[in-house]
Design a protein around this ligand. Structure first.
Ligand SMILES: Nc1nc2c(ncn2[C@@H]2O[C@H](COP(=O)(O)OP(=O)(O)OP(=O)(O)O)[C@@H](O)[C@H]2O)c(=O)[nH]1
Ligand SMILES: [Mg+2]
Length: 213
């Protein structure tokens, strides 16, 4: 009764840090990560850090979250796996990760592909799918990773988004106007307390969208 499910699919180009983020969430070590070559399902029951600040009278303080994270390969030749992952796992949130130090063109294509693949899960008929897209309540989370390589400047990360990803992101928002759209900057390899809170905040937001508290 005290356990709730939280399920996310993590997409993005190769090397952006998807597997690293999942390991941060599940508390596994960050060494020996090699490129992901197929869909990998990670499941772990955790307590979100943000719950610790809840009053001890609140049931939320003691609730467990059974997190299921779907890790996908980022290599372009393997993007068709994303379609399968989105179709096979009915996840609550889609996290799309960007590496601001990598070429943006391929990453913009990847974001557009996510929007298209998700559309295909709604209906085989594209007109009907577009209509359903306007109503669907999904959650799209744009995560700009490796902010350490931008000297932790949120300003620089904002600029990267504005200059490169704003158009593709706006298209996605227009196609899915009833869904949640968020973005955050993180460094998945930074193990400071502050960064733990930022990463936790992503999952706290998704949880709030689903469960409303
Ligand atoms: N500097 C820095 N490096 C990072 C960060 N996050 C991940 N990395 C590094 O980026 C490399 C790729 O990380 P992965 O987690 O394997 O990336 P991925 O998105 O899972 O890659 P694929 O499985 O090929 O799609 C690793 O060497 C990580 O250590 C970060 O926040 N900052
Ligand atoms: Mg990976």
């Amino acid at each position: 009764m005290l356990t709730r499910d939280l399920s996310v699919t993590i997409l993005g180009n190769t090397g952006v840090g998807k597997t690293t983020l999942i390991r941060r969430l599940t508390g596994e070590k960050l060494e020996d990560i090699s490129p992901t070559t197929s869909i990998e399902v990670h499941q772990k029951t955790i307590r979100l850090r943000s719950q610790s600040i809840k009053s001890s009278f609140s049931i939320e303080k003691y609730r467990n979250y059974r997190v299921r994270a779907i890790d996908c390969p980022g290599d372009m030749s393997l993007w068709p796996y994303w379609k399968k992952a989105l179709a096979d796992y009915n996840t609550n949130g889609i996290i799309f990760m960007i590496d601001p130090t990598q070429d943006s063109k391929v990453q913009i294509d990847a974001l557009t592909q996510v929007s298209n693949y998700f559309l295909m899960t709604l209906d085989d008929d594209v007109v009907r799918a577009e209509r359903k897209a306007r109503k669907v309540k999904a959650i799209f989370f744009l995560v700009v990773n490796k902010v350490d390589l931008l000297d932790y400047s949120k300003g620089k990360a904002d600029q990267v988004i504005r200059e490169n990803y704003q158009t593709a992101w706006n298209h996605l928002k227009e196609r899915y106007p009833n869904s949640g759209h968020y973005w955050e900057t993180i460094s998945a390899t930074d193990e400071s307390e502050q960064m733990y809170e930022s990463i936790d905040g992503i999952f706290e937001t998704i949880k709030r969208e689903i469960y409303g508290d």
